[in-house]
Ligand binder design. Structure first.
Ligand SMILES: Nc1nc2c(c(=O)[nH]1)N[C@H]1C(S)=C(S)[C@@H](COP(=O)(O)O)O[C@H]1N2
Ligand SMILES: [Mo]
Length: 234
């Protein structure tokens, strides 16, 4: 797949100044340097300060559901990535009990359900209901160190990955989803397990998960390394 430069600006970015409007991530091959890089660092600080861990993305009414066949499918591999036999989720980093989980083991942890809107940086949005286990519940299960300010998510989709600030990752609406619209997650949407959230843009929600690591510093991300905003809050 290919993604064009960000065509939508988050409300906060618009509020934060017209200067952001004058720039496009496509203008520079090294968008993190110079003016745009300075703007991103400024935005990141401002967005982190504005982020409310208790604010919830609005639940959508059932009439707003996007017909399932119209919900786009994105993956960077040439064909739909399929889970390797014996798939397990590895969880490690700054945790007291690093371990791996089968899907059944994850499904025995508390389940969270919601119906919210997805925002892709390419300009489309769509609504689905999602269910899975909160990253915060997983963090508790492995004894994540509160000093881990970042969480990294990796996949078996040609190395696609992302890293999140801990407040975003531990938000009540950030889950490792194993179901969509009441059904088991389909391969096109990231089976067996994907990240989903009400607080980030689509490219932060890594599908086809393999590992979750609690880290003392941010790593990058597939699109983030190509100049997309790292914080990417909605
Ligand atoms: N592994 C993986 N995760 C990914 C992507 C991807 O290409 N590979 N694309 C991201 C983008 S840009 C979006 S908008 C959402 C799309 O999720 P969907 O395919 O279920 O609509 O997945 C995100 N997670
Ligand atoms: Mo996206």
């Amino acid at each position: 797949m290919s993604e064009a430069g960000p065509r939508i600006l988050t409300r906060r970015r618009v509020l934060l100044g017209a200067a952001a409007l004058a720039t496009s991530a496509c203008d520079s091959s090294r968008p993190r340097e110079g003016f745009l890089g300075a703007m991103e660092r400024f935005n990141q600080r401002a967005q982190t300060a504005l982020f409310s861990p208790t604010r919830l993305a609005p639940e959508e009414p059932v009439e707003q559901l996007t017909p399932p066949r119209d919900f786009p499918h994105y993956f960077i591999s040439d064909t739909v990535p399929l889970a390797p036999a014996g798939w397990r989720l590895e969880v490690g980093g700054l945790v007291s009990q690093p371990r791996s989980f089968s899907l059944e083991e994850l499904q025995r942890l508390p389940r969270t359900d919601y119906r919210i809107r997805h925002h892709c940086v390419e300009g489309w949005s769509a609504v689905a209901s999602w269910h899975g286990v909160r990253v915060s519940d997983l963090a508790r299960a492995v004894g994540a160190d509160p000093r881990a300010g970042f969480v990294e998510f990796r996949s078996f989709d040609s190395g696609y990955y992302s890293s999140w600030d801990a407040p975003g990752a531990l938000h009540a609406q950030t889950i490792l989803a194993y179901g969509m619209n009441g059904q088991p997650l389909e391969p096109g949407h990231g089976a067996p397990l994907r990240l989903y959230s009400g607080v980030k843009l689509g490219y932060k929600m890594v599908k086809y998960l393999t590992t979750v690591r609690f880290l003392p510093a941010a790593s990058g991300g597939y699109w983030e390394d190509r100049g997309y905003e790292w914080f990417a809050g909605v």
